[in-house]
Ligand binder design. Structure first.
Ligand code: LLP
Length: 469
């Protein structure tokens, strides 16, 4: 759903907030499943994560800052690893990647999905085993493909006939073979924002099963010397709660697998069902846990393979958001609080923070919902409905559309937004020449900067017009 054309204030029910948003009895209370597992308030009311008061993290590292709960990240990675123990679990680095996180991923026994030369370089800089890397993308450049083949990336997920040709040429040129999966479009309408749904027909990813392109892609890969076909790959979208989408996709992909076996006499050893498992951003979200997902997905595959009379392929999945999303929060400082009178005399409270759409574009781009809490103190004031906005030069620069905060929220308060681990730092920009915030990892009372804050020198470093005068 997109924003109301005439602006937020015109959307139905806007001033009361959305129907799902309940006024809390105590606006200081944290809703546990929105926060990383070590988050809590101490006896003084200060919000602590990883054994550190967020106010202390801020005293050393300033705001805005992303705070990454290492124990929580590792626990979520491990939970996927353990629940999907028959699967290869690829952490999707596009959600958030830095060398430190790549090392955690390796230590927790997961593989890694990258989708660009940049992500590949970060993984390699971390010493990540290339054989455990999957390389995605609908338009990988020749340079990217060459590099992936040269370092021995474990699998390249091909997404176009041009790419198959290109990769076959590179394999022939270099005398190195490439292990390949074919990305297919299962024709599923995933229940998520249209920009992050990827298995319906009218979008750029994959080879269509129904149009016959997927089978043709398989034929061409099989015919190419130097390409080894591992199997089919399907990713239906992101922030999905309903497993029926995965069920339909698995059924269609396995039906194709059976056809390949019948018509081409080839048994594909593997199948990847992608990522996309949803997380809770607000109280309206109720995600399944990895164990539940694993049980359901394995059951579907087992059942379908039995019905089709084909052997079960080795399975893999690619969760990103569900591992890193809840592990991070963003801490901001409140700069201004403004009451705005709207048509009909109702008033909206705008709380401005020192970041915004440059560190979290998701609200503006996907109409995403977030929650927040004052991190530096508790308050006895009654809750008030607020809109948390950034400091950028546009009205759509909204971080949290609607949340109840203590009525005495004031400049200088620290405000923390949970669930910002996925697709916030990784989609951050320098809009308005903002400096991208640091990522501070916290664990057992120790805070470590794993990605530093950008500086104005960083900003000017690419501006070749700078003179010394
Ligand atoms: N595998 C493939 C092939 C993908 O394209 C993606 C995400 C994933 C795995 C991981 O999906 P996850 O488990 O993180 O949902 N920027 C958007 C999300 C874009 C997802 C892109 N692909 C957002 O902020 O919601």
């Amino acid at each position: 759903m997109r924003a109301h054309e005439a602006g937020w204030a015109h959307a139905e029910g806007a001033l009361k907030g959305p129907a799902w948003l309940r006024e809390p009895v105590d606006p200081n209370a944290l809703v546990p499943h929105l926060w990383s597992s070590t988050a809590h308030r101490d006896d003084d009311g200060a919000l602590r994560v990883g054994g550190m008061a967020l106010a202390d993290v801020v005293a050393d590292h300033n705001t805005p800052a992303y705070v990454l709960d290492e124990a929580d990240f590792r626990a979520r990675a491990r939970a996927f690893r353990d629940a999907f123990d028959d699967y290869e679990v690829f952490y999707a680095g596009k959600a958030f990647l830095c060398t430190e996180v790549a090392r955690w991923v390796a230590e927790e026994g997961l593989s890694l999905d990258v989708c660009s030369e940049g992500e590949l370089r970060v993984a390699l800089a971390a010493g990540f085993d290339p054989a455990r890397i999957g390389f995605h993308g609908n338009n990988k450049t020749t340079m990217e493909l060459r590099h992936a083949v040269a370092v021995g990336v474990g699998r390249i997920i091909v997404d176009s006939f041009h790419e198959i040709d290109r990769l076959a040429e590179i394999a022939a040129d270099t005398g190195r073979s490439a292990r390949v999966m074919v990305r297919v479009t299962a024709g599923v309408e995933a229940h998520t924002h249209e920009y992050i749904a990827t298995a319906h027909e009218d979008q750029k990813f994959g080879f269509s099963i129904t149009a016959g392109d997927a089978l043709e892609a398989v034929r061409r890969v099989l015919a190419a010397d130097g390409l080894e076909l591992l199997g089919l790959h399907s990713h239906i979208g992101s922030q999905i709660f309903d497993t029926s989408g995965f069920e339909v996709a698995a059924r269609r992909v396995l039906a194709l697998q059976a056809r390949i076996s019948d018509e081409l006499g080839v048994t594909l050893p593997e199948m990847d069902l992608g990522g996309g498992f949803g997380i809770a951003y607000t109280t309206q979200d109720d995600p399944a846990d990895p164990a539940q997902l694993a049980t359901e997905m394995s059951k579907i595959v087992e059942h379908e393979c039995r019905a089709l009379g084909i052997p079960e392929p080795a399975l893999s999945i690619e969760p990103g958001r569900a591992i890193v999303g809840p592990a991070m929060c963003t801490v901001y400082t409140v700069g201004t609080v403004k009451e705005v009178e709207l048509d009909g005399g109702q008033r909206r409270t705008y709380v401005s923070v020192d970041g915004g759409m440059s560190d979290n574009i998701r609200t503006a781009l996907y109409d995403a919902d977030y929650s927040c809490a004052v991190a530096s103190r508790t308050s006895a004031a009654a809750p008030t409905l607020a809109r948390v906005v950034g400091k950028h030069c546009e009205a759509g620069d909204i971080v949290v559309k609607d949340e109840f905060v203590p009525g005495d929220v004031a400049p200088g308060d620290l405000l923390a937004v949970p669930g910002t681990g996925a697709y916030c730092r990784s989609m951050a920009s320098n809009y308005n020449h903002a400096l991208r915030p640091p990522v501070v990892a916290v664990r057992d009372g120790v805070a470590r900067v794993v990605v530093r804050r950008e500086t104005y020198d960083d900003l000017l470093a690419t501006d070749v017009g700078v003179t010394d005068e």
